[in-house]
Design a protein around this ligand. Sequence first.
Ligand SMILES: NC(=O)C1=CN([C@@H]2O[C@H](COP(=O)(O)OP(=O)(O)OC[C@H]3O[C@@H](n4cnc5c(N)ncnc54)[C@H](OP(=O)(O)O)[C@@H]3O)[C@@H](O)[C@H]2O)C=CC1
Ligand SMILES: O=C(O)[C@@H]1CCC=N1
Length: 312
Amino acid sequence: MGIAILSGVVASLEPHRNKSDFQKWESHTPGTLTPVNTPDVTVPTRFIACVSKEQSGKKLTATFANLGRQVEIVVSNNLWAVQQADVILLWYVLSTISRPLFKEVGSCKPQLAHTILEEPGMKEALDSKLLISILAGVTLSQLNEWILPSTTVIRAMPNTPCKIREGMTVVSPIPESAEAERDTARILKIFSSIGRCRFLEEKHFDACTALSGSGPAFACIFLEAMADGGVMMGLPRAEALELAAQTLQGAARMVLQVGAHPAQIKDAVTTPGGCTIAGLLALEDGRVRSTIARGIQIATERASELGQPGKK
Ligand SMILES: NC(=O)C1=CN([C@@H]2O[C@H](COP(=O)(O)OP(=O)(O)OC[C@H]3O[C@@H](n4cnc5c(N)ncnc54)[C@H](OP(=O)(O)O)[C@@H]3O)[C@@H](O)[C@H]2O)C=CC1
Ligand SMILES: O=C(O)[C@@H]1CCC=N1
């Protein structure tokens, strides 16, 4: 997930980004960000990604080699990376004071969070900084126990399409403080540049983890199954996949861009006595809706266990 976010953010900073990118950015954050086409002095200029294994370091170096902006890779030295930064996110670090910096400090599994944060010197390195955790299941109250009160901590739940700047990120409310406005702008700057970003209360985070965090996996099962159906009926695999993917994207965009209700879209496609209703009834016979919805329910329940004491 760290690679997806860092790739998206780095890509968003490249000079070839077009005007619509800026407009998209602004539309998510009315009044809080720099106006369209005005240079933003807080734009990050330096990136550091941290991992624990040499082999992962080599892989990351290869991954970021083609991005055209240098990403420093640090193996087994989270503390150093955090110390360099002014603003920190749990799996990565953003720094913007006089010299803008942006650092990633490993994208660790939820169970590892405590181990990383209890490293000697880490609390002090995080002092007065902004810590953003993307760790599924790990709560703000847990995180607050592992850091000094002077560190501001919030949660974010992104998803892998952040890599192509089509992500969905949910962010917990920013705690009230003198720096709240600045922190809000920094958070929106990152996550609105790599997709949609919305604030929601922490109580919704496990459901968001299941719906949008895990969602790309669920959507791809459906996508693959549609393509399989096409292949079963004789379509070549590549074309079946293209048709399925573009169809899902088109339907989703009708909901997001046009504001259509999914039922409206379904009804408009469904000619009386036609083939769509025949297919829909077959899907309903397989309890497709409750199966998908229960999948989100079960994933939500599992998300609530992640990072919790006594749970695997
Ligand atoms: N995958 C997803 O779609 C989403 C994931 N998340 C959250 O993101 C987090 C990471 O998940 P995911 O990306 O799937 O996991 P991965 O296992 O793919 O990535 C974990 C990364 O963390 C690094 N890491 C592990 N331990 C340390 C350490 N002690 N110090 C520094 N770096 C470390 C690993 O490097 P190394 O291999 O060298 O140890 C690896 O690069 C989880 O908390 C998950 O809940 C949230 C939303 C969506
Ligand atoms: O599977 C997981 O636990 C993580 C959280 C959301 C997506 N991946």
